[in-house]
Design a protein around this ligand. Structure first.
Ligand SMILES: [Zn+2]
Ligand SMILES: [Zn+2]
Ligand SMILES: [Zn+2]
Ligand SMILES: [Zn+2]
Length: 130
């Protein structure tokens, strides 16, 4: 009846007999089995991101991170972001503003056109006309 008393590791499907183990994502894991899917770094006590499998932040940024359409820098997993279809931006005034008049669009309605965003149809027309 060990099953009843002992948590089962979600990675190797074996019972966990050691006193310390990781509880994450609604499952239990051997400390050594809750690790980054890419680089095998142990994630117990670390920051991580789950995309079907767990990843350390460094690998997550390399594998999945989106680049900001304005500044071209990677949007870190814990940065606020805005997205529209395939386009991503940092959710900051510097990175998410009207491509024509530069007014901040964070938290506002906007008009997306490709990797640009506009505050109004007027700005879109003006920008295109340049
Ligand atoms: Zn295990
Ligand atoms: Zn990793
Ligand atoms: Zn940016
Ligand atoms: Zn504008």
């Amino acid at each position: 009846y060990a099953d009843f008393f002992r948590p089962r590791c979600d990675a190797c499907d074996e019972l966990i007999f050691s006193k310390s183990y990781t509880q994450a994502e609604g499952s239990n894991w051997h400390l050594k089995h809750f690790c980054c899917f890419e680089c095998d770094k142990k994630l117990g006590g670390e920051q991580y991101v789950v995309r079907e499998n767990p990843y350390c932040l460094a690998c997550y940024e390399i594998l999945f991170a989106k680049k900001c359409g304005t500044c071209g820098k990677v949007i870190a997993a814990d940065d606020k972001r805005l997205c529209y279809k395939e386009n991503f931006w940092h959710a900051t005034d510097e990175c998410f503003h009207c491509s024509n008049c530069s007014v901040s669009l964070v938290g506002k309605e906007f008009l997306p056109k490709g990797s640009n965003a506009y505050c109004s149809a007027k700005c879109y027309k003006e920008h295109r006309g340049q």
